[in-house]
Design a binder for this molecule. Structure first.
Ligand code: ADE
Ligand code: ZN
Length: 326
């Protein structure tokens, strides 16, 4: 079969998707209208024209503004359900969804509303779409560790509705060690641990995500290629990198997709996966990320199978779930 068909049809897991980043402009405007929230853009077209980013922060400013339309349990359900339908269409068998509760609780939305709506969509995805979906709560690293502790406390009544915690938002200036104590507590609670590191930040942030936070996967991690000792560590310990090529392109981490270092990472034996990050903002869902990356970098069918296998191995499914997919 041709490579594009293989990429589209092969079963895969998506491990790096921010559910707030899957909010398409059309749904955003619909929610703004029904919730009486005003957006600083007159139309869907005007909003889309604002999606011209120069770095991570220029994106985050617009992303947090967009998330302000999410108010009610049904809103959280609707954005997750829309994503999960797209995931099914891309032959995603397993999706691990990041969510940013502090973005919502800071506006007066209850934790129960956020987790309740997202979790209900995940349950319906299992029964109605055949997509196995789970939630990962992310702490915003531009806020304090005390704020993260309060967020964890507020989420613990719903402990059975999320499988782990992550760390996202503005990376440079907010190193992983800022969150050492709250990650230690999450580890005691038996939560899975991941963190964004080495997206724009230096290899030192990847080292501290591993050695201080003790994360099981690194989100992005593309800056690791600058440090040969780190590359060796990641390979030896089988630490997965959840790479997001179109995100890296749109946020100017690499000037062109053809210059993305995914091939270097794969050739070094790292457990690389391909993911969409914030598909509504970066120009495509997971299959578009696969297609455009393969086209630009010349990856082959062998790489495709490796990436798909990596995605299941690096997932937080139990052994029986992995065996079903692999
Ligand atoms: N939040 C949503 N997308 C993100 C990204 N790519 N990096 C950090 N924080 C994020
Ligand atoms: Zn991300």
């Amino acid at each position: 079969a041709r490579l594009p068909e293989l990429l589209a049809r092969m079963p895969k897991a998506e491990l790096h998707i921010h559910i707030e980043g899957s909010l398409e402009p059309e749904l955003m405007f619909k929610m703004a209208r029904r919730n009486g929230v005003s957006l600083p853009y007159a139309s869907v077209d005007e909003l889309r024209r604002a999606y011209d980013f120069s770095n991570l922060q220029s994106f985050l400013d617009i992303y947090y503004a967009g998330a302000s339309v999410l108010l009610h349990e049904q809103d959280f359900y609707d954005v997750a359900w829309a994503y999960l339908q797209r995931a099914q269409a891309d032959n995603v068998l397993r999706a691990e969804l990041f969510f940013d509760p502090q973005t919502h609780t800071a506006r007066g939305v209850a934790m129960e509303t956020v987790i309740g709506g997202l979790h209900r969509a995940c349950e319906d995805a299992r029964t109605q779409l055949g997509v196995d979906a789970a939630l990962i709560l992310c702490f915003l690293r531009h806020l304090s560790e005390d704020d993260a502790f309060e967020t964890l406390e507020a989420a613990l009544p719903y402990r059975d509705q999320f499988i782990g915690v992550g760390l996202d938002s503005s990376e440079v200036g907010h190193p992983p060690e800022k969150f050492a104590r709250v990650f230690a507590r999450c580890r005691e609670l038996g939560l899975h641990l991941v963190a964004h590191a080495g997206e724009e930040g230096p290899p030192a942030y990847v080292w501290s995500a591993l050695d201080v936070l003790k994360v099981e996967r690194i989100d992005h991690g593309v800056q690791s290629a600058k440090d040969p000792a780190l590359m060796k560590r990641l390979a030896q310990d089988g630490i997965a990198l959840t790479v997001c090529p179109l995100s890296n392109l749109k946020l100017c981490v690499f000037p062109k997709l053809a210059e993305h270092n995914i091939r270097t990472l794969l050739d070094a034996g790292l457990k690389v996966t391909i993911n969409s990050d914030d598909p509504a903002y970066f120009g495509g869902y997971v299959n578009t990320n696969f297609l455009q990356t393969f086209e630009a970098t010349g990856l082959t069918a062998t790489h495709a199978w490796q990436l798909a296998r990596n995605s299941f191995e690096a997932s937080f499914m139990d052994a029986a779930g992995k065996a079903r997919c692999l």
